[in-house]
Design a protein around this ligand. Structure first.
Ligand code: AHG
Ligand code: MN
Ligand code: MN
Ligand code: MN
Length: 335
């Protein structure tokens, strides 16, 4: 039954996590559930901070920088601190990698899991009230392996879970523990993430392309050709619409729901693009592939890359299968 204030049988993220555990691993100790609940709490904390950022004096620059040479915003620093504290406290992690911390953090006597995360994605959008987010990926280390950076320098295909939280016009949590991504939205009056859609499926083709066009002089030929086809399709076809928020979480969330393609290609200066493989590329590629879409670098699936360094970058094209197939064909020399 649906009342004026919503469904009268809400399923919360916490309930869903516990049910997933019962279905998928009835004999497990529940450690992953504890970790996912900790992440859920950290996201709610950041959401609350985002909503009152202007009032609480947490807009603007922190006055510090990170290892990638970016100026940190106060909210980058705050979100990072919240995640590190909550993840350390939950007792399930032995390795943490954050965009905002130069080196990996090793936790003595921690649990079997490692978390890679972008505490606040879309920093440039904070001060003007545009959607931002948090991205995370979770690995499990083999029981006999000591806690070390090797636990996270693994192909994204080995992730056990990944997700993001979008601090948008509403607050969404999308998470996959290997199956199709599940979509929750925060009911602010309950303070709970409530199930919206149990299984997201990326539409097979889409009407939207998403890329920073300001970089077009730096693009390679396949990227330039694909964007040209988006604007000037073969006879009879409709041109695609351009949508680019500049927060990966928002651009990927839209792509999961509406279809289309999100791109951050390699540029002629760096050959890598901007997005970081561990805590941006891989978690999003994991979600998109689990939703039936594709995520490639131009020379193969993002999830097959073997990372060498924790902050390394990679080109990325993700979204609807038909669109990504076309990009792949262009990289393979198609006309
Ligand atoms: P972050 O704010 O975590 O550093 O990430 C910013 C990323 C990502 O959110 C977005 O897709 C991309 O930067 C936008 O980059 P451009 O401004 O170069 O388009
Ligand atoms: Mn940043
Ligand atoms: Mn980011
Ligand atoms: Mn960030």
């Amino acid at each position: 039954h649906e009342s004026d204030i919503g469904r009268t049988d809400p399923i919360t993220l916490t309930q869903w996590i516990l049910t997933q555990q019962q279905i998928k691993a009835p004999n497990a100790r529940g450690n992953l559930s504890i970790l996912l609940n900790a992440i859920c709490v950290a996201c709610k904390y950041v959401e609350s901070a985002v909503r009152k950022a202007g009032l609480a004096g947490i807009l603007g620059l922190a006055g510090s920088g990170n290892v990638q040479g970016e100026d940190q915003k106060k909210l980058d620093v705050l979100a990072n601190e919240v995640f590190i504290n909550v993840l350390k406290r939950c007792g399930q992690c032995s390795v943490l990698v954050s965009e905002e911390i130069d080196e990996e953090i090793l936790i003595e006597g921690g649990g079997d899991y490692s978390v890679v995360f972008d505490p606040l994605d879309g920093s440039s959008n904070i001060d003007c009230g545009v959607s931002i987010g948090t991205i995370y990926g979770i690995f499990k280390k083999p029981a006999d392996e000591p806690a070390s950076v090797r636990n996270v320098l693994r192909p994204g295909r080995e992730l056990v879970a990944a997700g993001y939280c979008l601090y948008g016009s509403s607050c969404s949590m999308v998470i996959s523990v290997g199956g199709p991504p599940t979509h929750f939205t925060l009911d602010p009056s309950l303070g709970e993430f409530v199930l919206l859609s149990p299984a997201l499926h990326v539409p097979n083709s889409g009407k939207i392309y998403s890329i920073n066009e300001g970089n077009s002089v730096l693009w390679d030929a396949p990227t330039s050709q694909f964007v040209k086809e988006c604007k000037q399709p073969a006879k009879g076809g409709d041109p695609k619409s351009l949508r680019y928020v500049g927060s990966m979480v928002a651009d990927v969330h839209r792509t999961l729901l509406y279809g289309g393609v999100f791109m951050y290609p390699a540029d002629s200066k760096t050959n890598t693009g901007k997005l970081r493989l561990l805590y941006e590329g891989n978690p999003m590629a994991f979600l998109v592939e689990n939703g039936g879409g594709r995520a490639i670098t131009g020379s193969g699936p993002v999830l097959d890359l073997q990372p060498g360094k924790i902050h390394e970058r990679c080109p990325i094209f993700l979204g609807s299968k038909q669109d990504v197939d076309r990009i792949e064909a262009l990289y393979n020399g198609a006309a």
